[in-house]
Structures are given as C-alpha cells and as structure tokens.
Design a protein around this ligand. Structure first.
Ligand SMILES: NC(=O)c1ccc[n+]([C@@H]2O[C@H](COP(=O)([O-])OP(=O)(O)OC[C@H]3O[C@@H](n4cnc5c(N)ncnc54)[C@H](O)[C@@H]3O)[C@@H](O)[C@H]2O)c1
Length: 245
C-alpha cells in the first residue's frame, strides 16, 4: 500500500491477537513498528518489531516510558494503533465498581492518555494516523458486557471527536470495529461455552469466527496515504454479523 514504507508506528496490545497481526502486517509493508504490551508474549522473537516496551498502560508513567524508549531509536511517530484492551463478563450492578473501573482504565483512559502523549509527534508527521480498535460493541449492546460496551462506545466517541479536532492538521482518526475474532480475549470463552462460539459463527453471514489477520489489512489501508480523506469513522470487520438482525 502506498506511503507506508519507512513510516513509524506504535502499536499497543502488540503481543497478542489483533495488535500482533497489525504489527506483522505493517512490517510486511515496510513500517517500522514499536510494540507496547503488558505481557511480553512473543514480542522479542517477533522479527517484525523494531523494538518493544513491556508496560501497563493504566499506569500514568507508562507514556513517558514509551516516549523515552522510542526516542532512543527515532524522533518520529506517524501511526498510533490503540489495540490493547480487556473484556470481562459482568452486569452493570454486579458487586462493586471494580470491573467497570478496570475496563475503563484500559479501554478508554489509557487510549486517551497515550493518544495525547503522541499528538506532538503525530502533528509533526505529514501523514498522522490514529487507528483505534473499537468493537461491534461501539454501536450495539450485549447483556453482561455493560462495562465493555460503555468503554467501546466511548472509543468511537473519542475517534469522532479527535477526527473533528485534528483534521485541519492532516491527522486522520478512525475506529476499526471487529466482530468475533479468535484471540486471547475470546479463546477461553469459546472453549468454556461452545454454544457461545456457535452463536457467533451463525451470526456472521460469512459463517465463521474471524482471524486477527482478517482485521490487519484494514489497519494497513487506514494508515496508508490513499486513506487520507477517510476520517472519523467506525468501520466493521465482522463478516456481516451486524446485518443479521
Ligand atoms: N477478539 C475479539 O473478538 C474482539 C472483537 C472486537 C474488538 N476487539 C478488541 O480488539 C483489541 C485487541 O484485543 P484482542 O482480541 O486481540 O485480544 P488479546 O487479548 O489477544 O490482545 C489484547 C492485548 O492487550 C494487552 N493489554 C491488556 N491490558 C493491557 C494494559 N493494561 N497495558 C498494556 N497492554 C494491555 C494484552 O496483554 C494483550 O496482549 C481490544 O481492544 C478488543 O477490545 C476484540
């Protein structure tokens, strides 16, 4: 894709699932990728990464750590992908506020914090790109996932608000909204409850669960030069699950 070679990307959640697939796909296009994650996973062995930082994005100092690390390699960042996320089952008034707070801390506050921290570098790029990973839950609810649904609606809101504020500076902001994808977040629930997996297979018109590699090409396109007039949108990668009623 045009305009990706030698661009610098920071990808959160790069050790697993969708963030990992995006990192690998970027690297195939010649992007220099810096991976950020709480766990190391196979980040060090993953040849596609120029560097990686193991950090908890919910900690306030995490952004300084990441910026310091990046600056020892390069002074630029053209693409920020916010893919780190968590999802836990629980109803809105279950127990205390801890599930809600944990979910918002990772899925919303950390996204806002790291985005703010990277804005100066993205402004200096002549092709600044912010790609948030939302969800079908950015626009639809699901019982027992209220904290996740609220956080992902907010990620779409953040996407739209920033697209409107940053457009005049040439930065595009979009939100990829995956359906059910086989990753760390979903694997255990699919194993624990095969009917849950079956539900999502049937819900997708394409008739299967998605793979992280089904999501990564859209991130590449949105990061490319050719996507320069696309901003402020949530875009589904769901095998038409949301068209099935
Ligand atoms: N898998 C799906 O079906 C699906 C569907 C829609 C949206 N999403 C979204 O895709 C994104 C990626 O999730 P995934 O499905 O690849 O799951 P995953 O669990 O495979 O990857 C998420 C990564 O985020 C990292 N992470 C979590 N908390 C962190 C923290 N505090 N600091 C740093 N890193 C942290 C994890 O260590 C993990 O490597 C998430 O935002 C998720 O909400 C996933």
């Amino acid at each position: 894709m045009k305009g990706l070679n030698k661009r610098v990307a920071v990808v959160t959640g790069a050790a697993s699932g969708i963030g990992r697939a995006i990192s690998n796909r970027f690297a195939e296009e010649g992007v220099e990728v810096f991976g950020i994650d709480l766990q190391v996973g196979d980040m060090p062995e993953n040849q596609s990464l120029v560097g990686h930082v193991q950090v908890d994005l919910t900690h306030e100092h995490s952004t300084n750590l990441i910026l310091d690390f990046l600056s020892s390699y390069t002074k630029k960042c053209d693409i920020l992908v916010n893919a780190a996320g968590v999802s836990e089952f629980g109803f809105f008034d279950d127990k205390d506020m801890s599930l809600f707070e944990r979910t918002m801390a990772v899925n919303l506050e950390a996204v806002a914090r790291i985005t703010r921290a990277f804005l100066p570098l993205l402004r200096e790029s002549n092709q600044g790109r912010i790609i948030n990973i939302g969800s079908i839950c950015s626009e639809f609810a699901s019982p027992g996932l209220s904290a996740y649904v609220i956080s992902k609606h907010a990620v779409l809101g953040l996407t739209r608000a920033l697209a409107s504020e940053l457009g005049s500076e040439g930065i595009t902001v979009n939100c990829i909204q995956p359906g059910a994808i086989l990753t760390g977040i979903t694997a255990s629930s699919f194993e624990a409850d095969p009917s849950f997996k079956e539900h999502w297979v049937n819900k997708a018109a394409i008739g299967r669960i998605g793979e992280p590699e089904d999501v990564a090409p859209l991130a590449c396109f949105l990061a490319s030069e050719e996507a320069r007039f696309i901003s402020g949108h949530g875009i589904y990668v769901d095998g038409a699950a949301m068209q099935q009623g």
